[in-house]
Design a protein around this ligand. Structure first.
Ligand code: 5GP
Ligand code: MN
Length: 336
């Protein structure tokens, strides 16, 4: 759905543009932001990508990542960019709170807010919104924004294609999830034609672990995994001591939750991590089990039906017990 279409004419002239995405950017957040960044720059706009935090090392190869401004590292410069921007893009989030420390700055900025996103229940803050909860990734929506809405598929070069490919690849679990329609595969084919080197992108993202990270994975599988057979649920609970022991950095826990879901018969998987400032929770499910509802009702979060996140300021064991206490409510869906 596209709302605020008349504002598109702003792009007829060079503009000052800031692209933002959600806190702790994942592959889709960074891929969609940098894909759009390269396209807008190609059309003569003055563009910056500003993020609220650093991003995982497995994304530290994307074309343009060295241009990304990390707000806490240069707050004054970023502040000025926000103040003078004609357009602020909000990519891969549709609740302003997901921008974390940037929330207020975005809300107060005078420039138009353009949201491109695929999360459920978007807030109504944007002057232009291009939103589709069925889209596999925001990077897919950036592709259709460029190709269909702006009728400019011809300008998609290798850099744009590489970033968008990475966004779609990571948000579909490498083209495995239910969201991976034939339309997604057609877009992927176009991106490869435009210069995305698919094998290289997979290599960068999936074969870039450190030895420590792999040992951390082994440690978690052996020591932190709990299976609850009565509810077809499996969870990892990771303490801050575990994180310290393996010097875990941003992104090192990415994908861990999927190991819990890969156990035969498991329909709900959770990763609960003590990040000191708060407990972060990731939920994944099979079928109709609503991760987003569970995260929204009990863990101050949200997301998609089968992949959601949330947080809590209680301690690790309290959060684990809270999740366990929620399971009976979903027994029918979990055991059918
Ligand atoms: P992850 O578990 O990988 O952090 O996030 C899975 C999905 O849930 C992502 O689509 C993400 O946008 C969403 N999500 C993660 N954490 C939060 C949160 O704290 N609040 C909300 N509303 N959504 C979240
Ligand atoms: Mn996404």
């Amino acid at each position: 759905m596209l709302k605020g279409e008349k504002n598109l004419q702003l792009l007829d002239h060079p503009r000052r543009i800031v692209i933002t995405t959600h806190h702790k950017p994942d592959g889709d957040a960074l891929g969609s932001s940098l894909g759009l960044y390269h396209w807008l720059k190609k059309h003569g706009h003055d563009v910056e990508v500003v993020v609220s935090s650093d991003f995982p090392t497995f994304l530290d190869w994307m074309p343009g990542r060295e241009d990304v401004l990390i707000y806490p590292q240069q707050p004054e410069k970023c502040q000025t960019l926000f103040e003078r921007a004609d357009i602020l893009f909000c990519l891969d989030y549709s609740a302003l709170s997901r921008a974390n420390i940037l929330e207020e700055i975005i809300a107060q900025a005078n420039g138009q807010k353009w949201m491109i996103d695929h999360h459920l229940d978007p807030e109504d803050f944007a002057d232009l919104s291009y939103w589709d909860a069925k889209a596999a990734a925001t990077a897919q929506l950036v592709y259709t924004f460029i190709a269909d809405i702006m009728q400019d598929a011809g300008s998609i070069n290798a850099d744009i294609a590489t970033c968008l490919y990475a966004g779609i690849m990571t948000d579909t679990g490498s083209f495995r999830f239910r969201s991976t329609t034939s339309a997604v595969h057609h877009i992927i084919a176009s991106l490869i034609d435009a210069g995305a080197r698919n094998w290289e992108i997979h290599e960068h993202v999936y074969n870039s672990s450190t030895e420590k990270r792999l040992k951390f994975l082994g440690y978690c599988l052996l020591n932190c995994l709990e299976v609850i057979p009565d509810y077809n649920t499996a969870l990892f609970a990771i303490s801050k001591e575990d994180l310290a022991q393996f010097e875990v950095t941003t992104g090192d826990t990415e994908g861990l939750v999927n190991y819990a879901l890969s156990i035969k018969g498991i329909r709900l998987a959770a990763l609960i991590v003590d990040r000191t400032e708060l407990i972060k929770l990731s939920l994944r499910s099979i079928g109709e089990i609503p991760c987003n509802e569970i995260c929204k009702k009990y863990f101050n979060g949200g997301g998609h039906l089968n992949a959601s996140g949330g947080s809590s300021s209680e301690d690790l064991s309290t959060v684990v017990n809270k999740l366990k206490s929620v399971l009976p409510e979903y027994k029918e869906l979990l055991t059918k």
